[in-house]
Design a protein around this ligand. Sequence first.
Ligand SMILES: Nc1ncnc2c1ncn2[C@@H]1O[C@H](COP(=O)(O)OP(=O)(O)OP(=O)(O)O)[C@@H](O)[C@H]1O
Ligand SMILES: [Mg+2]
Length: 252
Amino acid sequence: MSDSPRVALATCSWLPDGSDDVVHLMKALAGLGVRAEPVVWDSGADWASYDLTVVRSTWDYPARRDAFLAWADAVPRIVNAPEVLRWNTDKRYLRDLAAAGVPVVETLWDPADVPSSWPEYVIKPAVSIGSRDTARWGPGEEERARAHLRALRSEGRAVMVQPYLSAVDTLGETALVFRDGAFSHAARKAPILTAGAGIEGPVAFDASRGQVTPSEAAPSSSPSPNAPSPPRPAASCTPASTSSRGRTARPC
Ligand SMILES: Nc1ncnc2c1ncn2[C@@H]1O[C@H](COP(=O)(O)OP(=O)(O)OP(=O)(O)O)[C@@H](O)[C@H]1O
Ligand SMILES: [Mg+2]
C-alpha cells in the first residue's frame, strides 16, 4: 500500500473527469508524490478516505446550493473553507466588499421594475455561474427585461440589476488570482453578453463567448483609498494557450 497522500478533486456529474485544468493539476501533484483524482461531489464517495478534498469544477451547484454547502460542511479535510464557499457562491458578497471600501459595480438588489436611467443594463441572479440566466437589455427591450426580472423573482431568487459596463466590450474583464494573499496571475475574459440577444444561456465549454486568455494585471493609476493594494504585474505571462471560460473559470 502506498503512503503517498490521496487527494479528491471535487467535480460535477457533467464533468466526471474534471475540467481540463485538472489533468495539469494531477500531473503536477503526481510530481510531488500526491495521488489526485476527480470525484463527483454528489456521488456519495467516501470522502473520509481522502487525505484532502479540493473544490474544483463543481459547476452544477447554483441549482442545488444548499445541498452543495451541506456537502462541503460534512467533508472532512476540505481545503476550501465552507464558510468561504457559503460567502462567495452568492454575489451578495458585493455588499460586504462595498462596505469594506472596495469599488464595486453599482447594483440594484431585487428591484420591483427594470431601470430607466441606464441605456443598457444586465439582469442576473445572485447565485449563478457562467452567465446562466443572465442577460443584457437595452432600449426597446423593456417588456422582455421585465419578464426576465419577474421570472427570477418568482423563483424566489435574489436578483441583481447593473448598468452594462461597456469596458467589458472594449477592455475586457480581468480576473486576478491570489494565492495565500499574494497576487499570482491574471486572465482576460472576453465579453459574454451580446446586445439584443436576450437570455443566451450559459457559456458552453467549447464556446468562443467569454474565452479566457492569459493577461497581465497592471496596477490601477488611481486606486481607491480604502481598496486593497493593487496586484503587482505578473512577471511573465506568455499566452501559450487559450481556453474556454467554462473550462478554466471558477464560480465567482
Ligand atoms: N454589469 C455588467 N456589465 C457588463 N458585462 C457584465 C455585467 N455583469 C455581467 N456581465 C457579463 O456577464 C458575465 C457573467 O456575469 P457574472 O460574472 O456576474 O456572473 P457569473 O454567471 O457568476 O459568471 P462566472 O462564471 O464568472 O462566475 C461576465 O463575465 C460579463 O461578461
Ligand atoms: Mg463572473
